[in-house]
Write a protein that binds this ligand. Sequence first.
Ligand code: NAP
Length: 365
Amino acid sequence: MMKKINVGIVGGSGFTGGELCRLLLKHKNIQKIYPTSRSEQSFKRTHSGLANSNLEFIDVDTLILKKKIDVVFLCTKSSQSIEYAEIFLKKKITVIDLSGAFRFNNSKNYFKAYGSEHSKKKLLESSAYGATEFNNKAIKKNSLIANPGCYALCALFSLAPLTKSKFADFGKIIKIHAINGTTGAGTSLRQEITHKNVMENMLAYNGSGHRHAPEIEEKLLSFFNIKNASIDLNTAHGNFRRGIFMQISIETKKNYNKKISRKFLIKEFKNFYKSKILNNFIFINDLEKTGDKNFKDYKIYPQLSNVVGTNNCNIGLDYDEDKKIIKVISVMDNLIKGAAGSAIQNMNLKFDFNPTEGLDTLGIF
Ligand SMILES: NC(=O)c1ccc[n+]([C@@H]2O[C@H](COP(=O)([O-])OP(=O)(O)OC[C@H]3O[C@@H](n4cnc5c(N)ncnc54)[C@H](OP(=O)(O)O)[C@@H]3O)[C@@H](O)[C@H]2O)c1
């Protein structure tokens, strides 16, 4: 008989909680879904796109008292996740946290990113970082899984193949420019994110240092042994709802004298991502360049519309021969691969479900 589990979603009324409901409703191994909300609004009013689903909100205390819950997704702010994680873990329930509460290896790095002390240091140190593709073993054996930051995960997919190369210079500052849809800001009402202020507009934020930069630096060290990486992460909201559009520049080593080209980089990346664990959701754009030097061949780079609504990360590459700079262009849906989809990948791994179950969708454009 097919194994089925029951899931709780704390913060079921928010963007990532709603996306989890949408995806889990189609997941073969899910018996019951219990999303929580403290608001008076019904599930149907909050997530009108899922009105046919018969899901109802419950409050968090009711979820805590429920007996047969196998996994709880925390779609809450870090400060709330820290409190809830302990409660569910004590009940021997697997916790997959979508906030930044448990992403760092230690409290020193947490402090650097958040500017405050972590109140549950032991929990922080015992968590597994939920980059499914890179941290399989730890996720499998841990009950507290910290889903990665959306920019951080996109950057790690984009940089990982270069960490194995002899030519990418990780000693130099790595420049990342990334644009996120407005859903990246969560559902809490902000004047600046209203239609009037966002349409035909761009909003830069966290120029003095985005908290995902130290997360990328820490994971480059722990997964790929890159010491002292320095990430200059520049972020903005664009006038679209979902999706991350990321552009990375990384210099090549001065003493590397073999020829680097776009074709060569594509080959390196495809090689890196050819293994079974890595190739479910990561795709390298290998279309041939057309036209002369200045022709704008948009198709050779990934576009947001290729991945919105999917759990995929699409990666494109190029090389500025004059400046000796590698360019990586990557896109993913912040609410799926950057949040709910990765969380489901971790659940699939943890409960021995098919790795792509619930996530097997293709781009619509
Ligand atoms: N949005 C993204 O693209 C994205 C991507 C990756 C990670 N994340 C992270 O995922 C988490 C959720 O993000 P989101 O965008 O889904 O946020 P959101 O849309 O603002 O939703 C937050 C949810 O938290 C609930 N909540 C607030 N206070 C609570 C409390 N004291 N107890 C229980 N529930 C409470 C709210 O529900 P009620 O008020 O109805 O109870 C709401 O459903 C955040 O930590 C965020 O940083 C977000």
